[in-house]
Write a protein of this length. Structure first.
Length: 629
């Protein structure tokens, strides 16, 4: 047997528990520097902990392995390791690792789109971190909470959480974590359309990450620059950054990052009319989203493909993807879930406030502050009501002026579109309950915004000879952002909008697509339809709208009407035809069909002097007793 040297005899063997703890600490500290080395160290710690039956060491090793998988978008594996760690931590809740596990599980569920579960885990983690005064953990969980609030479109609350996280991380001197907070704050400003602030925060994040040689993290900042430039309409700049990400070596490119870059590149290709390239990016992004089992990202991919197919006129394919998108949205974030999440946030805020009250014993001071805040809010409401009355007077005066201008322009058959919008505004003004009962803040807009919007719309109509160039619908669509018009009008307090197919080009698939879009973008708006029967599709369009739960239609007896600036457009859908179909389908209209037909006869005999009218029912052989229809 080989004899031991003096050094070997005098050097004690390392304590296995201390060694495991040291390995776990090294693994955690290196996770953002060298992810592969971190995972290897955690694997070694796990093996050693199992060998020496060190349960606590096993749990922390599992957490480090979960972190490694999560940072590589391997969420299923990450969740499995977190679950193994929780077997120990659930009986040792005073350990910081317990709150860490809850935070990571919350982060994973957020990526799955299960926001209610994510919020529950993170709020529990927050309470534990506060109790044990663990600042690093508080900074991490605040960052995840900010991400959840961003998904819920509560950007103000998200910014509060992110900035609290940033402050804690700056106090701890953790520059890598600081850069992450800066990146998320920047993204929130982009979503708020505050691009100058967004770019400022992205540049701060980039400088830190470059100084630390965080190559993988730098690519996330590149994604931020790309999405911001895309949102600003600077497509060439956006493409440069998306391309930088996609040129990264496949071995170290995060799947979530790649997916977002593919979606962004596809959108820019689509806007640049590079259809083949755009479709390839969208298809790759959808396949990757399905692989990750990340429903929010699947929804983004379906939405992007729907927009693409709508742009190229492939409405049936667009509708397929919109249905998938809406289905995912309903699964991820329906109204019921939103309400539960909001109640969760309120309960969490109340509980947090109660704990602070108990700590500082300032109940009376807080009540006084709350009372002062209520008084201040009441004063603001009174001031707002006075401002609304003044705005209403301005609107009524402007409306009268607009009616005078409208009557002159309609005489020259050039501005029927303003007539429709004017009528809509007049309806809302004449219904003061609707006008005042909406969200007050949007009504504090300069009234000139509304009329500049109308001018933008009608400048396009006046400068386009629609009668001669009827087929160039796509060209007009490129010049006019209809969703922008709709959203801007609703900001002025309008609560019902009629969508008009003046030329009669609409078909049922387009109607269903439009309804899907309206409900997705403006769920609070009541809307209806005004169809012309140029190509005989008006009744089919009404039936499709009815199937989509839209019940408001404009029609005319005998199919009277037309369009002064669209040569060849026929009249509106005939009221008697529409009533007959609706009654046959079981939709009660309350209209007596026999009296409608009497009106049609009167129009034909006394007004049109026996010229034909556009009513199929008028000429059809129908049962005498229409009341049973």
């Amino acid at each position: 047997m080989k004899s031991k040297s003096k050094e070997e005899i005098s050097s004690p063997e390392p304590d296995p528990v201390s060694l495991v703890d040291s390995l776990n600490c090294d693994s955690r500290n290196s996770r953002y520097i060298d992810l592969e080395a971190s995972r290897k160290t955690a694997t070694r710690a796990l093996s050693l902990a199992k060998e020496h039956l060190y349960a606590k060491g096993e749990a922390y090793a599992y957490m480090n392995l979960a972190t490694g998988h999560f940072l590589r978008s391997e969420n299923k594996e990450a969740l499995e390791y977190c679950s193994k760690a929780m077997e120990y931590f659930k009986d040792h809740s005073s350990e910081p690792g317990y709150a860490d596990a809850l935070t990571y599980i919350g982060n994973i569920y957020e990526s799955f789109g299960e926001y209610e579960t994510a919020l529950e885990y993170c709020q529990t983690a927050y309470k534990i971190y506060e109790e044990i005064n663990y600042r690093e953990g508080l900074g991490e969980v605040q960052s995840v909470l900010g991400l959840i609030y961003t998904r819920l479109s509560d950007f103000e609350l998200a910014l509060v959480a992110y900035k609290q996280s940033l402050q804690m991380r700056e106090e701890l001197g953790d520059q890598r974590a600081v850069a992450s907070s800066l990146n998320r704050i920047a993204r929130t400003y982009t979503l708020k359309k505050q691009y100058e602030q967004a770019l400022s925060y992205y540049n701060k994040s980039l400088r830190i990450r470059q100084s630390l040689n965080q190559n993988e993290a730098i690519e996330w900042t590149y994604l931020g620059f790309a999405s911001t430039y895309e949102d600003m309409g600077l497509l060439d700049d956006a493409q440069i950054y998306y391309q930088k990400i996609l040129e990264t070596a496949e071995s170290r490119l995060d799947d979530r990052l790649k997916l977002q870059a593919l979606l962004g590149m596809g959108r820019t290709f689509s806007k640049l009319k590079l259809g083949t390239e755009a479709l390839k990016c969208f298809e790759d992004s959808l396949a990757l989203a399905l692989k990750l089992k990340a429903k929010p990202l699947q929804g983004e991919a379906h939405n992007a493909m729907a927009d693409y197919f709508e742009t190229i006129g492939s409405f049936e394919r667009a509708l397929v993807h919109y249905r998938d998108y809406l289905k995912i949205q309903e699964e991820v974030l329906n109204d019921e879930t939103r309400n539960r999440l909001k109640n969760q946030q309120i309960a969490f805020a109340v509980e947090k406030s109660e704990r602070e009250r108990e700590i500082f014993q300032l109940r009376n001071v807080e009540l006084k502050a709350a009372y002062d805040e209520i008084q201040h809010a009441n004063e603001e409401v009174l001031a707002t009501n006075e401002a609304l009355q003044e705005q209403k007077k301005e609107l009524q005066l402007a409306l009268e002026n607009l009616k005078i201008t409208q009557s002159k322009l309609i005489d020259s058959e050039k501005m029927a579109s303003v007539a429709v919008l004017t009528a809509g505004i007049a309806h809302e003004l004449n219904n003061p309950i609707n006008f005042v009962s909406g969200n007050v803040n949007p009504l504090r807009r300069d009234i000139k915004d509304l009329f500049s919007l109308l001018k933008k719309y009608d400048d396009i109509v006046l400068n386009k000879d629609l009668g001669k160039e009827f087929g160039e619908v796509a060209d007009l669509k490129d010049k006019m952002d209809y969703s922008f018009v709709t959203k801007e009008i609703t900001k002025c307090g309008v609560e019902r909008i009629m969508y008009c197919d003046t030329s009669g080009f609409a078909v049922p698939t387009l109607v269903e697509l439009l309804i899907s879009r309206i409900r997705m973008q403006l769920p609070q708006i009541t809307f209806g339809f005004h169809f012309h029967d140029t190509f005989g599709t008006a009744i089919a369009n009404c039936v499709k709208a009815l199937e989509c739960d839209s019940y408001i239609f404009e029609s005319s007896v005998g199919g009277l009407g037309g369009c002064p600036f669209a040569e060849g457009a026929s009249g509106n859908v005939a009221t008697e035809d529409l009533v007959w179909v609706m009654e046959k389908m079981g939709a009660k209209t309350g209209i007596q069909l026999d009296l409608l037909l009497e009106a049609s006869h009167f129009i034909k005999d006394r007004i049109l002097f026996n010229r034909s009218i556009d009513s199929r029912l008028f000429y059809a052989k129908t049962p005498k007793d229409f009341k049973e229809a």
